[in-house]
Design a binder for this molecule. Structure first.
Ligand code: FEO
Ligand code: CA
Ligand code: CA
Length: 652
């Protein structure tokens, strides 16, 4: 995490413009109510209650008053691991962690073996890419032992990938060592992969001669669909139609739809554009709001489309949710503009009780927003092909959290409220291209970096990971973002009105404020059952297993920040144990924990170790760890792992 350890590429991207990216004067709730207690504390008006709920959680409190209500889910019975930081990964006793896919692993029968001293873009495009964040598993024939793994390749660390390069940035070295070959390898290492995998005699393996295997890169031909497709602001000299774009970039988390497509989300796309817009260019305000103009990569040095002076509209073609059919390796990925343009963390969805599909979307920036998209049509279970246009028509909403524990989804629809020509929105395309500015104008609640959001189909409750925001001041504290200088983040639980995810009304509460509960000043609210190893900071990705239980992966823990590496924790959401967290897995030094993804039978869990060894002064030659190969001639390699229980059975 940037504030704590000066991470290199990740911090550069995450900091690449978020000072004042949200310039609006939307009232934070702290300006309405000066309070640091959560909703239920306020309703009950009692400090004693506040003290109790701070330790046991408000749902447990409600349940203790209503003993007839049975907890919905079981608790976790694995033996917790010890929190800490070292050069390798650790999983709970009785479980195996198998390295399934490493950066550079060949994905096709004719793909070259990985040779870090002689890498090329052509080789990289046939091998597994770098820094996987999202992982999805799409079963083949309903199997939990055979399916398609879909994985995003979010970004690249040149200092760890390439010999003799070191950190390349604009500030200190002006990208002086970035050759065209290195840039093209980076472009080929971004994007994503579809990989057929199969479990044989308990061990997972890659099916290299699969007809499904595919690499998607930051150069793959894609189509732009939905209301912004074909708009003037989407046209470039290479694409006068405004409907074709090459590549997806910085794909963070995502989702899998009920019709078996993969949603891959462009997050910090801003860092890939170089140069300056022409003076007084029409996109100046738009690009400032997204932090565009401070390059973290040198792609614009060799490719005009990443140079703002040469292709001023190109950034409008990034920042979208991309839908990909993993069953068709020739499928042209679709950027679904109806879901808005933000720094999309993820796009996990749920089939609503009326058959419509609802996608929850976090915009990962300090003081940015939580969104959802509700399709106009219904999921068609009889005819898969009929679902491929579903994400082109529907309504995008942004969340407003009120201090009384209620909230509203505000539609971002052209012509409604302030989203009119007077404010520069001539059509829905303008609303979507400038989603953030539209959300500013309707008065959405500024959040502490919304990351992954997952709905629990068993309860219809929705979990929002808010990773941290150390720039929130005391004056900006509100009920949904209850801590100033929020270094460790928190999780908000949302309850859609009547269990209807299409409803514009919801209630909400803070599930847990993260950080070390033994330090009073931190104000963490894990239950008192949580051990010294069990708490975490900086929630990021999450997953709900088939038993309806919540698992959380983190980004930003370190020896300095929290005395622990990032990892995976299991968090109780129901019953008396609500707010109890247990430590299941941890990553090697410098890494971030991503995935997580369970097979439908909960017997295999896919995890991604992103940017291992990403530490100050860590390089290709001298990395903080050589995980996972630990060979002197191999650099560290971001990898996907699969966790299984020794002797078989569910991960419990
Ligand atoms: Fe790519 Fe918000 O993490
Ligand atoms: Ca994430
Ligand atoms: Ca992250």
């Amino acid at each position: 995490m940037d504030e704590h350890k000066g991470r290199l590429r990740a911090s550069e991207l995450e900091d690449s413009g978020d000072v004042g990216n949200n310039p609006t004067q939307n009232l934070t709730m702290g300006e309405i109510i000066a309070t640091r207690f959560n909703r239920r504390d306020l309703l009950r008006g009692s400090l004693a209650v506040a003290a109790i709920s701070a330790t046991v959680g408000s749902r447990a409190l409600a349940q203790s008053e209503n003993p007839a209500k049975k907890p919905l889910a079981t608790s976790f019975d694995f033996k917790e691991i010890e929190a800490g930081v070292d050069g390798t990964h650790h999983v709970a006793e009785g479980y195996d962690a198998q390295v399934l896919l490493r950066w550079g692993d060949p994905l096709f029968p004719d793909a070259p073996e990985f040779d870090p001293m002689n890498q090329t873009a052509e080789k990289q495009a046939r091998q597994f890419g770098y820094n996987t964040d999202y992982i999805g598993f799409i079963p083949l024939d309903g199997s939990s032992d055979h399916g398609l793994l879909v994985a995003n390749h979010e970004y690249t660390n040149e200092e760890l990938m390439f010999p003799g390069v070191g950190v390349q940035n604009s500030k200190d070295v002006n990208f002086s060592k970035m050759t065209k070959n290195l840039v093209d390898i980076e472009i080929a290492a971004h994007g994503g992969a579809v990989v057929e995998i199969r479990r044989v005699n308990g061990k997972w393996q890659v099916v290299k001669d699969s007809k499904y295997n595919r690499r998607i890169t930051a150069d793959t031909q894609m189509e732009i669909t939905g209301p912004a497709a074909g708009h003037e602001r989407m046209k470039t000299s290479a694409d006068t139609s405004g409907q074709k774009v090459r590549g997806m970039i910085n794909n963070c988390a995502g989702g899998v739809t009920p019709w078996g497509t993969w949603l891959s989300c462009e997050e910090n796309f801003n860092g890939y554009f170089w140069g300056k817009l022409p003076e007084n260019h029409a996109e100046t305000v738009n690009y400032k709001r997204y932090g565009i103009g401070k390059p973290a990569y040198a792609w614009g040095k060799y490719h005009d489309r990443f140079d703002l002076a040469k292709e001023p509209n190109e950034p409008n073609r990034f920042g979208w949710v991309v839908e990909i059919d993993p069953f068709d390796p020739n499928f042209v990925p679709k950027k679904r503009t109806a879901l808005g343009r933000t720094k999309h963390e993820g796009a996990a969805g749920i089939e609503n009780k009326d058959g419509r599909y609802v996608v929850y979307l976090g915009d990962d920036e300090r003081f940015d927003y939580v969104y959802k998209f509700v399709t106009a049509g219904k999921v068609d279970k009889q005819n898969r092909a009929a679902n491929f246009g579903l994400l082109d028509e529907g309504t995008l909403y942004v969340a407003k959290y009120n201090a009384d524990g209620k909230g509203t989804w505000i539609p971002l629809v052209h012509g409604q409220g302030p989203l009119t020509e007077a404010n520069g929105f001539k059509s829905q395309a303008d609303v979507l291209i400038e989603t953030r500015r539209a959300a500013d104008l309707v008065g959405a609640t500024k959040m502490d970096r919304p990351e992954d959001i997952e709905a629990n189909p068993a309860t219809n409750r929705v979990y929002v990971m808010l990773t941290n925001n150390t720039r929130r001041t005391e004056e900006q504290v509100d009920a949904a973002n209850p801590r100033a200088k929020n270094a460790f983040g928190h999780i908000v639980e949302m309850m859609p009105e009547g269990g209807d995810h299409a409803s514009t009304d919801f209630t909400w509460e803070v599930l847990v404020k993260c950080g070390d509960p033994s330090v009073a000043a931190v104000g963490a609210t894990f239950s008192s059952e949580t051990t010294k190893d069990g708490w975490f900071g900086m929630p990021d990705n999450c997953a709900i297993d088939s038993q309806g239980r919540l698992w959380i992966s983190t980004d930003g823990n370190s020896a300095e920040a929290t005395g622990r590496a990032d990892g995976l924790w299991a968090l109780e959401t129901e019953g008396e144990l609500r707010g109890t967290s247990k430590h299941f897995f941890r990553v090697p030094v410098g890494g971030e924990m991503c995935g997580p993804c369970f097979t439908p039978n909960d017997e295999s869990l896919f995890l991604a170790v992103q940017h291992p060894a990403e530490e100050d002064n860590s390089t290709f030659e001298n990395p903080a760890t050589r995980w996972p190969d630990f060979k002197d001639d191999m650099p560290t390699r971001p990898s996907v792992l699969v966790i299984t229980k020794q002797g078989g059975g569910k991960i419990a």
